[in-house]
Every structure is written in structure tokens, then in C-alpha cells.
Design a protein around this ligand. Sequence first.
Ligand SMILES: [Zn+2]
Length: 479
Amino acid sequence: MSYRTVVGLEIHVQLMTKTKAFCSCRADVFELPPNTAICPVCTGQPGALPIVNSSMIDYAVKIALALNCVIHEYSRFDRKNYFYPDLPKGYQITQYFYPVATDGYLNIDVDGQIKKIRIRRLHIEEDAGKLIHEGDSITQAQYSLVDMNRCGIPLVEIVTEPDLSSPREARIFVEKLRSILRYLDVSSGDMEKGALRCDANISVVDELKGIQSNRVEVKNMNSFRFIEKALEYEEQRIIEVLKSGGTVEKETRGWDLATKTTVSMRGKEEESDYRYFPEPDIPPIIISQDRIDQIRSALVELPDQKIDRFVTQYRIPKYDATVLAANKEIADFYEECVKLIDKPKEVSNWIMTEMLREMKQLETEQINISPAHLVELFFLMEKGEISIKMAKEIFPEIFKTGKMPKQIIEEKGMRQISDEKVIEEIIKKAMTQNPKAVEQYKSGKTNILGYFVGQVMKETKGSANPQIVNEIARRLLEG
Ligand SMILES: [Zn+2]
């Protein structure tokens, strides 16, 4: 049996403009009390007229350039008409007939293989408000409240071709996209706060029978992990239906965190009639080649370019460069450290293992330390004042508290023992206690050296300088 999975994505990105799409209300509303960033325009009062936010257009062009899209000189806004309590105007301003950009692509790295994922279209639209159901359940709530702060916040919708062939590829795509959005400084990409929302269309092809299942739309996946989990679940569910000879319903399903399954939200969806028509209050958007060139020339170095540069400039493996460049702050941190510590691979190792582990454990994207912390740590290791083992031990505390390595070492009394006399004493003691081992060494079994080194480490609780211990042990045993 062979099944092939086909996935396409629709991603909504909240733009970090200062003001909303068509009015001067502030756009960073996440922590504001309900209905405090609204005006007649974004709440659709009669007679209120929209004005296009030009940074919103620039942001969309930036994203379109980063996704290798064709940017259209002429684009236009349309009205998508539907009724819902979080949409006071009764329509959403979007771009249906003439999107700002089309025909792009994004390369993703799947286990070292580069895969090109085509972007079908990229358009601008406004967000709707938010309903808050009493008791958090729409079915049991006695009443619901409407918060219109989010009405009119600018969004970019990115639609891919169905070029992704596994749930994992979908996750890799969204991770890469988010990284680019953060590089461009156009969106926080924060999935938990709804700044990046991903819906997927998934179907499975039965290659033996040569048939493709209906597409199922999966919503409500608000983290990278849930994108993968939800699509894995859905993929298996569709395959089971195909195996049993059934028909996969064309429907919309939502990821349910409690049961870790997808559940049907809307069955047998028909293409809704939104009665799209041109937005009469906003003139067409004309984007000149000059403006595009200007935005292009101001673009920052993007992750793929950075990866290539890191490989040539610092001679680190592509894998390292990819991990470092995934997050702009980490990439910048790496470069600052390498300027001060001329050990590109060692610094990369340290960031990829010790630092990323701490960030993951603290569930933060913030780098709590400065390059100076790492520089001092490397310096102390180099001077032999601390071992690598000790450095790894104290690093979590450095990261958590922001204290300098020296301070933590002093507070813990953790200095490495490099005092030759102390080490000599311990080895001599071990030699008198175990003359057999000494004989073995002298008769050529030189790997017994490890036993004596181990004795010193035991006595000093691992704080002896291993290099010095090795040297002294060899000298005493051979003497
Ligand atoms: Zn407003």
C-alpha cells in the first residue's frame, strides 16, 4: 500500500504597524482592555471612511520580496460580505480579485534536502474582532461579549500551493516563514497570541488505486507542535478511511487539544457566497517599481543568505549555521561572541547545546546574557581555572541570574584544582594503596593511567584540572 500526503497552507500574519489598516487606532492591542482601541472607522459606523495605512503596504511588499513573489503594480481591495457578531461592518476588507503579490516560493530544508514550496498568492486584509464566550464555551454560554480592539488590524494572508508532502514539512515551512517575518521585523509571529495563524488543507493520494481523497481543512493549530500533531492525526484518519473503502468527507475540522484529535466543525462545506465586490471607498493601490526597489534595497540579510555567509566566513558546518540563523537574535549574539572569541566552532557548539537548552527550559526567546558572559566563561576555561564540566554546571545559573561567571564560581567556591602539590599527594597515596596497578603500568599496560586519574577526580569531586592530572600521573608512574 502506498499513500502520498498532500498539504497546502493558508497563513494569516498580523503586521506590527503602529496603527490599524484603515484608521489611526493603535494596532498593538493584545494587552489593552476590551474596546479601548476603536473608532468609527474600524467599528463600521455610518459615514466613516477608511484611509489606507501606507506602512501596511510596505510591510506586505517586504514579505512578498522575501518570498520571491511577483509584486503587482495594480492591486485593489474588495469587500467580503458575511454576518458575524465580531464583524461590525458586515463585511471584511480584503483583496480577492487583485492581490498585491502572487507566484512566489520559499525553500525549506528537509533533512539537508532543499525543497521548493510555491506561494500561490499573498494579499492584505483586515482582522475581525474577538468574541469572548461566558465560561469559555460557545455551546454552553449564556451570553458572549465582543471585543472590537482587533477589528481593522492589518493582516497578510499567504497561501501556498499544495507542495508540502508531510505534516513535518508543514511545520518546517511555518517555522521558516516565522523566522523570516521576525527578520523583516514586520510581525512578532507569536502563535500563542494569534499573530501567526495557520490553517491547512490536507488530502491523501492512494497511489495504487490512483485516487485522491477529498481535501479536509484543519484549523485551530496554534503552535508549531500542534500543526504537526494535528496533521499527523488527520493524515492517519484519512488513510484509515481510504483503507476501509470509505469516502473522506470534504469538511472543516479543528484540532482539539484536550483529546489530541481533530473534530468536525463544519461538514460538507459548500463554497460560501461572500458576494465579493470592489471596495468603493478605497482607490486601487498602485505600487511603483521605484518603491519596490527602495524596499528591496533596504531589506535585511535573510536566513538563507546568513547561513551561506556563516559557512564561508566562520567555516562552521551548514547544520550549525542553520540552527544559529533560525533566530536573528541568536545569530547576532553568535557574531558578537565570535568577534571576541576567535573560536567559531566552539562558540557555535556552546550556543547550540548549552544556551538553546536553557532557552527551551525557560520557554523564552530572550537571550538573558551578553557576549561578555560567554567571553569570560571561555577565558576561565582556557586559563584552566575551571573545567568544561564546571562551565557546563554553572552556565544555567549564569543564564538564569545574569551574574558573571567569576561571581558564580566564587560564590560556589568552585575553582578548579591546578595545584600540582595537591594532585601529586593524591596520586602518591593511590600508588601506595594499589602497588599492583603501578606494576601493571610499568609492565606496559599504560591504560591503567585512567585508574589514577579517576582516583584524583574522585578525591577532588571532579574539580582537578584533567590535563595537569594526566601529566603528573604519567610522570610519577614512569619515574
Ligand atoms: Zn479605528
